[in-house]
Write a protein that binds this ligand. Structure first.
Ligand code: CUA
Length: 350
């Protein structure tokens, strides 16, 4: 009763939770057992080999080779096993499934802001469907924070300078904590929120409540507002590279290096265009550092992604659509239509 009121662990509510907990409990049990054994042996030897008169002293003996080999080989095998197990768990937590729903998050002193690919925005609350992988792309608007979902056993630093991603798949509906896990100033302890895990139909209804258009279409408006479209035209006549089909592709730079046009490349190319000039182009683009907010950057990113990405990856607005088929509920069709111009996949790199 008392124990139930003070649980040692948060609830297990994601596919990663059991994996992480099992490994953690194994490590605790193993190190605990070895510690206890060491203490028992210390006490036993302290008594057995206590100080004696000079005439009772034992002869020093070389330990048997077999014993030395055993205490070297057995721990090596155990530690390598822990490494393999840990690496396997790490890859499970790091590798985002291809069909994940996309959510964007920004942290700032002192709140969490989330925006769904379909356009809905929320603060300190995140709605997600149960039993679907959810990918979060995040960055900080000021200093380092850390986005932590204890019940899902995922946590990652939120950096002001670049995008990072995490994912989880909730396994039960309900309300679970969101914390900031990096001390970030006066109200750090108040930088909390709730993730609401919903049935797919309820999530679908919730998604349909927004009316601002998808993130990609909001990004498209920004693309025009900042006059990006005057240089980045849809054909090769523009002064800037064509962006259709760019996302996820390996491109060659003016200095002959190759880079993958991923989230962080696009971010850098907007904020600091001179850093990596695509081959065949002159560095004429001005910097947008300080002019585009973190959230607008994410909308621009969502727009560039919607212009074409590998087929294996889920386009932002496809997630609600595939949910819709199972739920049979109406959805934000206007938002979906505006970004249905995905170019054919040219790259299978997720
Ligand atoms: Cu944000 Cu601590």
């Amino acid at each position: 009763m008392m124990l139930a009121d003070f649980p040692l662990f948060p609830e297990q509510a994601s596919t990663a939770a059991r994996t992480v907990d099992t490994l953690y409990l194994f490590l605790v049990a193993l190190t605990g057992t070895v510690s206890i054994l060491i203490w028992i042996v210390i006490f036993y030897f302290a008594i057995k080999y206590r100080r004696r008169p000079d005439n009772e002293l034992a002869q020093e003996q070389e330990p048997p080779k077999a014993l030395e080999l055993t205490w070297t080989i057995v721990p090596t095998i155990i530690f390598l096993g822990i490494f393999v197990w840990g690496a396997w768990a790490f890859f499970h937590v790091q590798r985002v499934p291809d069909d994940a729903i996309e959510v964007y998050a920004t942290g700032r002193q002192w709140m969490w802001k989330f925006q769904h690919a379909s356009g809905q925005r929320e603060i300190n609350t995140l709605h997600v469907p149960v039993n679907r992988p959810v990918k979060i792309t995040f960055a900080s608007e000021d200093i380092i924070h850390s986005l932590w979902f204890p019940a899902f056993r995922v946590k990652a630093d939120v950096l002001p300078s670049r995008y990072r991603t995490m994912w989880f798949q909730a396994t039960k509906t309900g309300r679970f904590h969101i914390f900031c896990a990096e001390y970030c100033g006066t109200l750090h302890s108040g930088m909390t929120g709730w993730v609401e895990v919903m049935e797919p139909t309820a999530y679908q209804r919730w998604l349909a409540g927004g009316s601002e258009g998808s993130m990609a279409s909001q990004g498209e408006q920004l693309f025009q507002k900042y006059a990006c479209n005057t240089c980045h035209t849809n054909d090769a006549t523009g002064r800037g590279p064509v962006l259709a089909g760019l996302y996820g592709k390996t491109i060659q730079l003016a200095d002959n290096r190759n880079v993958v046009a991923d989230d962080n490349y696009i971010r850098e190319s907007i904020l600091n265009p001179q850093a990596k000039i695509a081959k065949g182009f002159t560095p004429i683009m001005p910097t947008f550092q300080g002019q585009v907010s973190e959230e607008d950057l994410m909308r621009l990113l969502a727009y560039v992604k919607s212009l074409g990405q590998p087929q294996t990856s889920s386009l932002a607005v496809e997630s609600p659509r595939s949910l819709q088929t199972s739920a049979g509920a109406p959805t934000t069709t206007g938002a979906a239509a505006s970004t249905s111009t995905a170019a054919p996949a040219t790259n299978t790199n997720p």
